[in-house]
Design a protein around this ligand. Structure first.
Ligand SMILES: [Cu+2]
Length: 198
């Protein structure tokens, strides 16, 4: 009797296993994969859409807020190895001031300087060139946009922008910016982002 049971078990298992084997046509797994594939693709697609959206928000597509007119007639710009806006940076890198105001460049960190860039100041305007680690003050009496740099770190886009009164020379600044940007090995979009804030 036990023998019979085990024979039946054997037959049952054989038929069941074989049957299920036959009941699974070769195409079924493939078909299943095919059915699952679009679902998987959709999940990945929606995820990457989301990532693109997040990336887009962090990237240059997000317009930066405009810089407001700094209060008072004396303004301070720190020369820094590292600040909230990045490394080798003027802080604030973009300021809007009134005609006749003075900007003090502070040697908060050493081995930086502030030098106005030829062709990137309003026509007939004052220019300046500080020595390394020198704290200089410039009084700006000519309306327009001024772009200046730190000589040792211009390749890292250590530049700054001052708008005095109205940005009357913005088109000249923008065309000259292309030449300046050619010197940037790092932070290549910094100047564009600065000018966007005016
Ligand atoms: Cu520097």
């Amino acid at each position: 009797m036990r023998k019979l049971v085990s024979i039946f078990k054997f037959i049952f298992l054989t038929v069941f296993v074989a049957g299920s084997g036959f009941a699974t046509p070769p195409g079924t797994n493939q078909e299943m994969r095919e059915r699952l594939k679009p679902a998987g693709t959709l999940v990945r697609a929606s995820k990457s859409d989301e990532q693109q959206e997040i990336g887009g928000q962090n990237a240059a597509s997000q317009p930066l807020p405009k810089v407001e007119l700094s209060s008072g007639s004396e303004h301070e710009v720190k020369m820094l190895n590292s600040g909230p806006g990045g490394t080798m940076i003027f802080e604030p890198a973009v300021i809007k001031i009134s005609k006749g105001d003075t900007v003090h460049f502070k040697a908060t960190d050493l081995a930086h300087n502030s030098v106005s860039i030829n062709g990137m100041v309003p026509e007939g305007a004052e220019t300046w060139a500080g020595a390394l680690s020198e704290e200089i003050s410039v009084t700006l009496n000519t309306e327009g946009v001024y772009v200046y740099q730190c000589d040792p770190h211009v390749a890292m886009a250590m530049v700054g922008v001052i708008q005095v009164g109205e940005a009357v020379n913005m088109s000249e600044i923008k065309s000259a910016a292309d030449g300046l940007k050619a010197n940037f090995a790092l932070n290549a979009d910094r100047l564009d982002r600065y000018l966007e804030q005016l």
